[in-house]
Design a protein around this ligand. Sequence first.
Ligand SMILES: NC(=O)c1ccc[n+]([C@@H]2O[C@H](COP(=O)([O-])OP(=O)(O)OC[C@H]3O[C@@H](n4cnc5c(N)ncnc54)[C@H](OP(=O)(O)O)[C@@H]3O)[C@@H](O)[C@H]2O)c1
Length: 298
Amino acid sequence: MNVLITGGTGFVGSALSQKLAGRGEQLTVLTRDVGTAQRRVGTAVNAVASLDDAEWTALDAVVNLAGLPIADRRWSEKRKQALYASRVDLTNQLVDALAQQEQRPRVLVSASAIGFYGDGGDSLLDERSRPHPDFSHELCAAWETAAERAEKLGIRVCIIRIGLVMGPGGGMLKRMVPGFKLGLGGRLGSGRQWMSWVSLQDLVEMIVYLMDHETLGGVFNATAPNPVRNSEFTSELATVLKRPAKVPVPAAALKLALGEMSQLMLAGQRVIPARLQQAGFTFRHPTLREALVYSLES
Ligand SMILES: NC(=O)c1ccc[n+]([C@@H]2O[C@H](COP(=O)([O-])OP(=O)(O)OC[C@H]3O[C@@H](n4cnc5c(N)ncnc54)[C@H](OP(=O)(O)O)[C@@H]3O)[C@@H](O)[C@H]2O)c1
C-alpha cells in the first residue's frame, strides 16, 4: 500500500509511520523541513516539502494529521489564523490536489479533535452530539468540512476527533510530568472538568483500522471508552509517578496566564468512542491507569 501522511513527523505521525513501515507500506511524508523529517522518519520514507512533489499515481491512502500545536501559545488573532492555516487551508490544498488526480486513493483519514464539541459540561458526547460554539469548535468544524469535500471525489473519508493523546516521549504528558515529578502537580480549577484521552498506541491502531475497513466512513471519536474528571486524572498521574499532587492551579490564574486558551484546561468533554466500539475496535489501553503505565514506563 502507498500512503501519504501529512504531519507524519509529529508525535502521532511518527508512531503511525513506524507502524505502517513495519507492515511494509510505502510512505510519503509531507513536511516543512525535509532534512529533519528524513532523520526522524528514516530514509526508507519519502519526505516531500510540497504536495506537487508527492507520488500521486499509485497512492492508496492519505492520512492528514498536520496542525500547528494548539496549546503552545496564547490565542492572539495572528495565532488563530496560523492554527486555521495549518489545518483548514492545508486540508483544502490537499483535497484540491486530490481533485486533480485521475487515479485517486481509496481513503482519506483526516484529523480533527474533541475540541469539536466545545465545552461539553457533564454531558456524555457521542458522534451525534451537538457542539457548544467556541473557537475550538469553529476550528475543528472548518477542518472537518475541508476534509469532507473529498467525499465528492469518490474517496472514503474518515474524520477522527482525537482526544488527549497519552504516549511515551511526547504530547501532553511530556509537559505535565516534570512538574508532577517535582511534587508541583495538582488539579486545574475545580477539577470537575472532563478529560477524554486515548493512548498513542490505540490511536495508531484506530487509524490503521479505519484505513483497512472499507465499509467505515464519516466521523469517529478517537478516544478511550473511559474519560475521567481532571481531579481523577491528577490523582492517577500522581499515583503512577508515586508523587503527591497537592498544588491545585486556580482557574483565575490560568485565565490570567493563558487568556482564551485556558478553555482547553478548564472546560472539557466527556466523549465516548461509540462508532469505533460499534465497529468492533478493541482497546489495548481502555483505562487511564493502563495508558499512563504504558506512556511512562515504556
Ligand atoms: N496530541 C494530542 O493530544 C492531540 C489531540 C487532539 C488532536 N490532535 C491533532 O492531531 C494531529 C497530530 O498531533 P500531534 O500530537 O502528532 O502533533 P505534533 O507532534 O505537534 O505534530 C504536528 C505535525 O503537523 C505538522 N505541522 C505543524 N505546523 C504546520 C504548519 N504550519 N503547516 C504544515 N504542517 C504543520 C508538523 O510537520 P512538520 O514539522 O514536519 O512540517 C508535525 O508533523 C494534529 O493536527 C493535532 O492538532 C492532537
